[in-house]
Write a protein that binds this ligand. Structure first.
Ligand SMILES: [Zn+2]
Length: 477
């Protein structure tokens, strides 16, 4: 047996100092790991932890009856559980939000807005977009469809919002509107002078990646038919606004996919049927039609509503008060009268379209006088009730159905496992009183709790650019 060699002193010294270091490191590692494991849930930033909303009433957006005493669990930007509390797999370390007596519901979708518009809907406020986006988030809107805008500008906003650089609801957009000679909104439209231009125009929109194409009022049915054909070849759908012609069977026959406004014309049963049979969607916009009849301007008490007062520059309100009390020209008076009749007809049509099984999504056409980005969607919900919807039908129209018109219902718009974590907690019960949607306590956007207080209008931070008027003519001029 060989005598075991004794390591030289220098080797032992190095070995033991090294072993000691290893031991120390191991010990340190174990201690650190132990502490990390013990404190894992406390040490993670709150927004990265799963969120569990407990004991809330759950309105899923699909129109089904609310689940009382429900739990909603969010992990990252996904809903992982939405259902009864007794079966809820609340993860250890989740951020718990007690919501007894309150309601959880999907974030709202306003599927007809214009982000460039000044408060009056005619002027421009290109620099005020963050104020609008703040007002919408403050009001619980987590998705919008911009239905006609400066194309490069809105595409950039959409991209910045999608990349997370811009605090914003998710933005879908049509880009510029497509119109014919003498466009109603020249700065917001591409003007066609020949059908031969259509293929190139559609390809340009395809390359730009617009979500839908919007055809506008002056397009003839013949031009519209060609536009739809070319757009469908490129797998882009076409939504239109042709004012008094919205809902007309001739327009439906051009192959369009939807109307950007509910019709204001009388709708016989056959016309409803053809819209249904062609699978068209209709965006409601009762709010803007009510504005056109100036009904909401008759009593300005609603301006004290926090969703407006907290997010609106004071000069908007000053100018709006002046607008509400000015003397109208004879031409304007007759327009207003027509719009009052149109609003009543539109309400009837919304109910008829609902009963006919047509896909309706809520939109507002904000901004216009009295039609505020954010608050308007809550007013639209109230008008949908006035038109004859139940509160759950109205909520579905402003959540799940918004996703359906974008063919994205598998992704967002309802509180179901696997959907995006865009969630509101509101005080009260909107399934019984629709105006309770206004009582927003918490907005969760893409899985993160939004700091609502930071969204309020702040004259110190907001440089207060004023809308520039007169750059283009309004359809009413
Ligand atoms: Zn519009």
């Amino acid at each position: 047996m060989m005598k075991r060699a004794v390591a030289p002193f220098w080797y032992r010294a190095i070995y033991w100092s090294h072993a000691g270091e290893v031991m120390k490191r191991r010990k340190r590692f174990l201690i650190v790991t132990g502490i990390a494991v013990l404190c894992f849930t406390q040490s993670m930033p709150a927004q990265e932890r799963p969120i569990a909303i407990l004991h809330a009433r759950l309105i899923d957006g699909l129109g089904r009856p609310p689940v009382e005493d429900a739990v909603l669990i969010l992990e990252g930007n996904k809903i992982v559980y939405a259902g009864p509390a007794n079966a809820a797999p609340v993860p250890r370390g989740a951020q718990l939000i007690e919501a007894k007596g309150k309601t959880v519901m999907p974030g709202l979708a306003d599927m007809h807005v214009h982000l460039q518009g000044g408060w009056d809907g005619i002027s421009m406020d290109l620099l005020g977009y963050q104020r609008y986006l703040n007002a919408m988030l403050y009001a619980g809107i987590t998705t919008v469809l911009d239905t006609g805008d400066y194309q490069p500008w809105i595409l950039q906003l959409r991209q910045e919002a999608a990349s997370g650089h811009l605090l914003s609801p998710r933005i879908y957009c049509t880009g510029a509107m497509i119109d014919a000679a003498d466009p109603a909104w020249p700065d917001l439209a591409y003007t066609l002078s020949s059908r031969a231009q259509i293929p190139e125009l559609v390809l340009r929109d395809k390359r730009a990646g617009v979500d839908l194409i919007k055809g506008y009022a002056n397009l003839s049915d013949r031009v519209l038919r060609r536009l739809v054909t070319e757009a469908h070849k490129e797998k882009i759908r076409v939504v239109i606004d042709q004012w008094d012609r919205n809902g007309s069977p001739d327009l439906v026959q051009t192959g369009i996919d939807g109307f950007a406004h509910a019709p204001t014309r009388k709708m016989p049963a056959d016309d409803l049927q053809i819209i249904h049979d062609h699978g068209l969607f209709v965006i409601t916009t009762l709010t803007v039609e009510e504005y056109s009849g100036r009904r909401r301007l008759a009593d300005l008490k609603f301006l004290d509503e926090p969703l407006i007062a907290d997010t609106t520059p004071p000069w908007f309100l000053t100018e709006l008060r002046a607008e509400a009390t000015r003397t109208l020209s004879e031409v304007e008076k007759s327009d207003v009268q027509n719009s009052v009749a149109g609003f009543d007809e539109m309400k009837r049509n919304v109910k008829k379209l609902l009963d006919a099984g047509v896909l309706l999504a809520a939109g507002t056409d904000a901004p216009y006088p009295g039609v505020f980005q954010g608050e308007a969607i809550h007013h639209e919900l109230e008008l949908l009730i006035a038109a004859g919807m139940t509160p759950l039908e109205a909520i579905r129209t402003a959540t799940y159905n918004g996703a359906r018109i974008m063919q994205a219902e598998e992704e967002w718009g309802s509180l179901q496992s696997g959907r995006s974590a865009n969630v509101l907690i509101v005080a009260g019960n909107p399934a019984e009183r629709i105006s309770d949607t206004r009582k927003i306590e918490t907005v969760i956007l893409h899985g993160k709790i939004v700091d609502r207080a930071s969204l309020r209008f702040d004259a110190k931070r907001d440089p207060g650019f004023r809308a520039v008027n007169g750059n283009f003519s309004s359809p009413l001029q």
